[in-house]
Ligand binder design. Sequence first.
Ligand code: MSP
Length: 661
Amino acid sequence: MPNEKPKFYLTTPIYYTNGLPHIGHTYTTVIADAIRRYKRMRGYEVVMTTGTDEHGVNVERAAQKAGIPESEYVARMAVAWKALWDELGIPADEFIRTTDIRHVRTVQWLFKLCKENGYVYKGNYTGQYCIYDNAFVTDAKPGDNCPDCGRPTETVTEENYYFKLSAFQKPLLDFYKKNPNFIQPETRKNEIISFVEGGLKDLSITRTTVRWGIPVPGEEPHVFYVWFDALTAYLSAVGGPDYEKRGFWPCDLHLVGKDIIRFHSVYWPAFLMAAMLPVPKQVWAHGWFLMDASKMSKSKGNVVLPRPIANMLGMDAMRYFLMREVVFGQDGNFSYDALVTRYNSDLANGLGNLASRTAAMIEKNFGGKIPKSGPRLPQDDALAKVASEAVGEALDRFEKFEFARSLETIWSAITAADKYLTSEQPWAMGDSEADTQRKATILWTTTELLRVVTVLAHPVLPDSTAKVWTLLGQPGRISAVELDGLRWGQLVAGVQLGKAQALFPRVDKQEAIERIEAMANEELNPTQQPAPAAAPAPTATAGGAAAAPAPEKIGIEDFTKVEMRVGQIKTAERIVGADKLLKLTVDIGTEIRQICAGIAQFYEPEKLIGRKVAVVVNLAPRKLRGVESNGMIVAASVGPEGRPVLAGFPDEDVEIGARLK
Ligand code: MSP
């Protein structure tokens, strides 16, 4: 077919359904989306797959706990994952669920091919198994904990089907040699090569102890083990056994976190080689986003959720931060402070301000029509050179997945334009013909720079760059601009600007962080009423209580789930940058806890020392303004502004640690 676009297929991992997406999962999906948009602007027909990994013991247990069948549990979770990606503007082209029939068929077909080719056999296995990570723990003894998650392992013996991974040591090493870009970045590649050089053990790929899985045809109760099942989802999503019809296999790019690089760069190509199917072209492992140098987890109370950030600052701000803040491939620290700082400096004061002030000047001086450039001075050409070089450099860096550096290039062009305006001062010029001509040149030059950087930034900031595009009155959709044809000087004069657009309104850092945290707390603990003493909700609306339905009655068994004890405040101090919070240490009888309480505006810290208070001691720990809070001090919420009044025991000498019933 003439004019057929080249195809590009990329994937994110197929995420587990035992939790909901946090910023780490969002990171991978955002990067995949940005690459997808970029590739489309480079003329490719792109398919991006994401999905849900729905089998295994964890799901069995979670469903049991929820009192619903597994199928219903995973269906609900898959809907939630898909809906969130859609809401965040990073939808899948193919959303694959490992319970989809098209996937079940593909796994069974792949197994059949591997078996027919002699790479599968039956055996017995006894080992220590971590049910949380769905993996046997190599070299572990009974009683050992899982080295990854620290939780106890279980001894499991079962009949398994084995995959002859050991037969693939040489083919894999040869493959890595022939395809030096298969594993990226280089450090990961070296790790994997040494791992494979160290020898490969055969791999058990089925289970008989697990019920919730894809059945091995004719071999029940065998079901496929998590990695043989999950990895195959990439192929199921683009046709499975009929992959040739769609033409998206082999996959161009598997994006994964560093935690799962081995499965993708060792097991997966080996399965495909065994089945004599084409092997993916590249696996790219990025680092982790950490919270205070440790991995996020709900039990640690340090998960960062994407929705509250998107609600407060917009999705583009989150995308920009994730891609600008860390070098792709390395670990990075997530902090709300850094997020909001970048938002204000790079987006509100940077791109947003340049766009709105340029448009305002064109409006004022040229009736909203982009003026024609007059004679050019060296400084105009110097700016043109910056922008023109930025095109090559930003694209080159993006192509190499150096996202932070690509954005750095784009933002240095924005800074150069700001400096240019500051030194040229078009606003200080009069209305003489010479001045008007000079203003025209300056504003044409600035607008052209804006057009160029807007196009370059589009894959990372899709919504706001589309708004700038409209503001500049540019034709068509910005996503349809071909990056290969982007050059300095293409801006057409005489074009009428479009409607003014709200881009990145500046925010007060402290308030923004408090709002994001309040929304996140609410999302993580939805049944919990906003706790006045622990976390004041800044957006609480008057009248909300009246509109709420009558609270459901609970039984005593529900009440006893809340463990409240008498505690004594040992220390109290203010938290820098958080007006409403006090950091307390509280003796609860068995230990001294650190607890944050939203009472700073009503209680002097020094007057609290020695005071006995009621403490909820079994609340999951969480972070408030970056400070860990492990429990909650109980307070009445008084008056329209919800003034906290601490619950206490003024008349009785109660014992510290006594339980409230
Ligand atoms: N289901 C498997 C993957 C099967 S792929 C065939 C799985 N799922 S997961 O839900 O645990 O998602 C893991 C992926 O989420 C990581 O590889 C990474 O892409 C992303 N992240 C999860 N936490 C992360 C951070 N804290 N930081 C960055 N990304 C991380 O493993």
